[in-house]
Design a protein around this ligand. Structure first.
Ligand SMILES: [Zn+2]
Length: 193
């Protein structure tokens, strides 16, 4: 029996992170600290940050760790139950940054549709239409001005995270059919939990 399991695992797609039990345990612990759909906090509007204090810095540190452990590419404060306008994301591969009080100051008319996932809506991917290029401004956790001109996946990510701060989920942005299908996957789980 264990031989069979080994064989199956060897045939899995090359995703080393999935196969590392310690990494998987950390991912599950992180996800347990992230609000999961249909948690009411996910539908609420976050308030602007006014004080760039130690509390904000420790929130940002915690969110960066959770995002990393959960193997996500973005995380908004509402997803950890803090209704403040701040998210963390990866503008490029080696960097994770916080954007406080983000404003999408430029969004391209040109859009594309791609599948999105969400750390708060596990196990479903839905197609969402987003602007291809955006410019986002705000502050970092120390109160310094930041400005990112983003394209492609990073642009998609900050639109998704900014939506979180307004209580908008990818399920609210997808097609009716995809939404129905996703809710079909999510509903049985809700009843059980
Ligand atoms: Zn999300």
């Amino acid at each position: 029996m264990s031989d069979d399991v080994d064989e199956v695992l060897d045939d899995e797609p090359e995703d080393d992170e999935e196969l590392d039990p310690e990494r998987e345990a950390r991912r599950r612990l992180a996800l347990a600290q992230i609000r999961q759909y249909p948690d009411a906090a996910l539908k609420l509007q976050a308030r602007p940050v006014e004080d760039f204090d130690d509390e904000l810095k420790s929130l940002v540190e915690r969110m960066k760790l959770l995002m990393h452990d959960a193997a996500g590419i973005g995380l908004a404060a509402t997803q950890v139950g803090v209704l403040r306008r701040v998210f963390v994301f990866q503008p490029d591969e080696d960097e994770v940054v916080a954007v406080v009080n983000p404003e999408l100051v430029e969004v391209s008319d040109e859009t594309d549709v791609a599948d999105e996932g969400c750390l708060s809506i596990q196990g479903v991917m839905v197609p969402v239409e987003r602007s291809l290029n955006v410019t986002i401004t705000g502050k970092d956790e120390n109160g310094a001005d930041v400005r990112y001109e983003l394209a492609g996946y990073a642009a998609r990510c900050v639109q998704h995270e900014t939506d979180h701060l307004d209580g908008i989920l990818m399920l609210d942005r997808t097609t009716q059919d995809a939404r129905r299908e996703a809710l079909g996957v999510l509903r049985p789980r809700i009843v059980l939990s």
